[in-house]
Write a protein that binds this ligand. Structure first.
Ligand code: GLN
Length: 308
């Protein structure tokens, strides 16, 4: 494959800047509505070299990108057959917080682990194994994936928690149809989920995370963080479900497995060992960084990155 250069990243950034005005920052979590919609950054990691452009060192909340790390933990404790009883592996046709999709899905099982219902079940499964240690286990997994210990934003977490009517609807619906056990500590599970979504990361961090997924689960020092098989499962799910009901269009435009978050980050993955991540908090209507997708599309074409 071809090589990332500073000039290409700069060109991608210049192109992306033309599109920040076309997106909208998330406002259903009040604290996220304070973000500057014109922030934009990207980072690549290849052959031991990290390249950045724009706001690659500005921290933002990881939001749904953490769902990749959460699912990586349950993959180590449950077989795929066991997991299917709680969360599926099919793309979603509705927005990431949809109630109707959960109501209409087979046996009310969330269709995949990257929509909110699926990630909440994933947290419940982590809690079943680790109980009170769950927060620490999740923080440690993220630290291994990004190469440093991340803090979380107490403000964003509190803001999400205070307004999470949708996520509360989803968890109670899953209790009512017995996907989750009646004795589930609901507020504790939600608290772990909101904390997980509030970790503060940068593009630079996500380029490391991306590299681990693309380097068969090993970090830049060749330490195994994920098994080769689990890295492949995560990449497959990112390809089919990572940008929600935009995943088909994303496959055409960018052609890389990816996971987006409403904080504005997009984490990519590839079968080739490089890392690539972008950040731009102005989102499209599916919850993906609008300019971020355009920057990735540009780089994918310039470097022939599509896996299809
Ligand atoms: N914390 C957010 C939520 O639960 C994550 C959503 C996202 O990034 N798509 O709504």
């Amino acid at each position: 494959m071809e090589v990332f250069t500073q000039s290409l990243l700069d060109q991608a950034l210049a192109l992306g800047k033309l599109f920040t005005k076309d997106g909208k920052v998330a406002d259903y979590i009040p604290e996220l509505s304070m973000q500057n919609p014109h922030l934009l950054g990207l980072a690549s990691y290849q052959d031991g070299r990290l390249l950045t452009a724009g706001h690659a060192d500005i921290p933002f909340t990881i939001q749904s990108i953490i769902k990749v790390a959460l699912y990586s933990i349950v993959l180590e404790h449950y077989s795929m057959d066991e997991l299917r009883h709680y969360v599926g592996v099919q793309p979603s046709a509705k927005p990431f917080n949809s109630v109707i999709e959960l109501e209409l899905s087979n046996k009310n099982v969330p269709v995949n682990p990257f929509i909110n219902a699926g990630a909440i079940v994933t947290v419940a499964l982590i809690h079943r194994v680790y109980g009170d240690r769950s927060r620490e286990v999740i923080a440690d997994r993220l630290a291994n994936l990004i190469g440093r210990k991340a803090d979380y934003s107490e403000k964003v977490k509190a803001s999400e928690s205070a307004t999470a009517y949708g996520n509360r609807t989803l968890i109670y619906l899953m209790l009512s149809c017995k996907i989750l056990p009646a004795d589930l500590p609901v507020e504790e599970i939600l608290d772990i989920y909101f904390t997980s979504c509030s970790f503060l990361v940068t593009c630079r961090d996500l380029a490391h995370f991306s590299f681990v997924l693309s380097n068969e689960g090993k970090d830049e020092d060749d330490r195994p963080i994920l098994s080769r098989v689990n890295a492949q499962i995560l990449r497959s799910l990112m390809a089919s479900c990572g940008t929600y009901d935009y995943s088909g269009e994303f496959a055409l435009r960018v052609g890389l497995p990816a996971k987006s978050g409403v904080g504005g980050g997009i984490l990519t993955a590839s079968p080739d060992p490089f890392g690539l991540a972008v950040f731009g908090p102005a989102l499209d209507k599916h919850g993906n960084s609008y300019a971020g997708v355009r920057m990735l599309e540009f780089l994918s074409q310039a470097l022939n990155l599509s896996i299809y």
